[in-house]
Design a protein around this ligand. Structure first.
Ligand SMILES: Cc1cc2nc3c(=O)[nH]c(=O)nc-3n(C[C@H](O)[C@H](O)[C@H](O)COP(=O)(O)OP(=O)(O)OC[C@H]3O[C@@H](n4cnc5c(N)ncnc54)[C@H](O)[C@@H]3O)c2cc1C
Ligand SMILES: NC(=O)c1ccc[n+]([C@@H]2O[C@H](COP(=O)([O-])OP(=O)(O)OC[C@H]3O[C@@H](n4cnc5c(N)ncnc54)[C@H](O)[C@@H]3O)[C@@H](O)[C@H]2O)c1
Length: 454
């Protein structure tokens, strides 16, 4: 088979490129190894199903039976992902110039790939190839972890059965904290064990402390500066041996979730056959235009070692699209003020610098910080009954421009986008402070919070 563009892996960047290039009249082949992954990680196993579960968990009230609630939540999650998967499949299948191919791809040359599906083999040649194979959960070397069916990763834990009474989570990063909050709300007793001496080392201490207090209020326990030595599968439960602070303790758990980061999916791609290099962490090496050293071969999404967010994979597609049908100017260097959100209840979102980083930069910094419960002119949290958190905004006193912001509050995943746009567009703190915002809303907090800059 010969096509203009071959996309390997149905990730966010790849699927968006396939559709866009197909509509441009290019012939495109999209190769995906698993029917269960049509549409990629985000809609099937990552962002969407986990946020659906976070939402369902937060809706549970003390009288609701944990197991029944969890079973119903998982059924709802499965229904949602099935619908999204079908829609994603249809969106590409509807484009005449796009051919969908089930199978696993490997390079046989710089512009040639072999796809295997069972005993069937197909060779595909393309001038342009986009690698979008994503990442899979990292598997740390913990004795006993791989032998137990009760040790899960972020994908398999979504169908754990029954709901674990005691869940031990190894890793307190994005996945660990989101699942800690979720399972605590479903009714599990959760313990988070992390290597780091501090929770959320990249956040200000007051923010990390507020996150810890929120999760502890839901019953989550933290064991930090800790190393999981061994997991033993006993008939009744798992015994997890953890070293921390010079002591060794055994924890009993019904399930363990390993959430210690992700590993690039290059296994079996035979990148060497194409002359494509990986870095020391195994990610495909690309330049700021996402080009590998092989002309016409690009890597988008998690696999290129950039920040692991769906919206980054989406933005990667814009860069490659510009290479293939535009002026080729767009690059990773154009990214300014990229926000992020940890989907706790309420969520924690950040853009730009935190206070520690701003002060370390040596510049003068004005800070406005207020606990959500103390923001009088923001009734929305009180209306929905969720008043945890704080908002902190950092401003350059010379320019009145926003240096960074942390929003730990209901609607944080929305409000942070406004602050990110303000940073990109050079909107001043005064304009935000004096902005006319809807009421009651979360945005209006900016009126009061920014009035307290000092
Ligand atoms: C639990 C969890 C929650 C997350 N939540 C969020 C969130 O809320 N917001 C957010 O922005 N990000 C979130 N992320 C990160 C986000 O999921 C990823 O950054 C995003 O999905 C990037 O995907 P991608 O484009 O790199 O490829 P993916 O979507 O991972 O797609 C890669 C595809 O390639 C296929 N593939 C691999 N190798 C081959 C091969 N050899 N041949 C054929 N096909 C192959 C795979 O089957 C897969 O379908 C979360 C991640 C996890 C794990
Ligand atoms: N809301 C979102 O946007 C979202 C949600 C989930 C995941 N993600 C993406 O997926 C990526 C992967 O998430 P993650 O949570 O798996 O990784 P992570 O890098 O965010 O966190 C991993 C954590 O595990 C700890 N750790 C590593 N090895 C350990 C060990 N052996 N024992 C104890 N602790 C250990 C680390 O100290 C770290 O705190 C994230 O970096 C993020 O980009 C995004």
């Amino acid at each position: 088979m010969e096509v203009d563009v071959l996309v390997i892996g149905w990730g966010k960047g790849g699927k968006t490129l396939a559709g866009a290039l197909g509509r441009h009249g290019r012939t495109v082949a999209m190769v995906e190894q698993s029917e269960a992954m049509y549409g990629g990680s985000c809609i099937n196993i990552a962002c969407v199903p986990t946020k659906d579960l976070v939402h369902s968990a937060a809706e549970r009230r003390p009288g609701d039976d944990p197991q029944t609630w969890f079973t119903d939540a998982v059924a709802g999650r499965d229904d949602l992902t099935a619908r999204l998967r079908a829609r994603n499949h249809a969106m590409l299948a509807e484009v005449d110039t796009v051919t969908l191919i089930d199978g696993r791809a490997r390079f046989v040359g710089p512009h040639e790939v072999e796809v295997s599906a069972g005993s069937e083999l197909l060779r595909i040649r393309a001038e342009s190839i986009v690698i979008n194979t994503g990442t899979v959960p990292a598997v740390p070397a913990i004795a006993g972890a791989s032998e137990s069916a009760r040790v899960y990763d972020s994908t398999t834990i979504q169908h754990v059965s029954p709901l674990p009474e005691r869940l031990l989570i190894v890793g307190g990063g994005y996945v660990g904290l989101e699942f800690a909050g979720m399972f605590a709300h479903f009714g599990s007793r959760v313990t988070v064990v992390d290597h780091g001496e501090q929770l959320m080392p990249h956040e200000d201490r007051d923010v990390a402390d507020a996150v810890r207090a929120l999760l502890e209020e839901s019953g989550v326990e933290f064991v930090l500066g800790a190393d999981v030595k061994r997991i033993e599968d006993r008939p009744d439960a798992l015994s997890v041996t953890v070293a921390s602070g010079g002591a060794i303790n055994d924890f009993t758990a019904d399930a363990v979730l390993v959430a210690t980061g992700r590993t690039p999916t290059t296994d079996g791609l035979d990148l060497d056959n194409a002359g494509i290099a990986v870095d020391d962490r195994g990610y495909i090496v690309v330049d700021d235009h996402l080009r590998t050293p092989v002309p016409g071969v690009f890597a988008v999404g998690d696999i290129n070692g950039g920040p692991q967010f769906t919206y980054i994979s989406l933005d990667d597609h814009r860069i490659v699209l510009d290479q293939l049908v535009g002026k080729g100017l767009r690059s990773r260097a154009d990214r300014v003020a990229v926000p992020s959100t940890v989907f706790l209840t309420p969520p924690l979102a950040r853009v730009g610098m935190n206070e520690t980083q701003a002060r370390a930069s040596g510049r003068a910094v004005l800070v406005a910080s207020k606990r959500i419960a103390d923001i009088a002119a923001m009734p929305r949290p009180k209306i929905v009954g969720e008043t945890h958190g704080l908002i902190k905004v950092l401003v350059d006193p010379d320019t009145d421009l926003i240096l960074g912001a942390t929003v730990f509050s209901i609607d944080a995943q929305e409000v942070i986008n406004l602050l990110a746009l303000a940073m990109r567009a050079g909107v001043t703190a005064t304009t935000l402070r004096d902005g006319i915002w809807t009421h009651p809303s979360s945005t209006e907090a900016l009126n009061e919070v920014l009035a307290g800059l000092s």
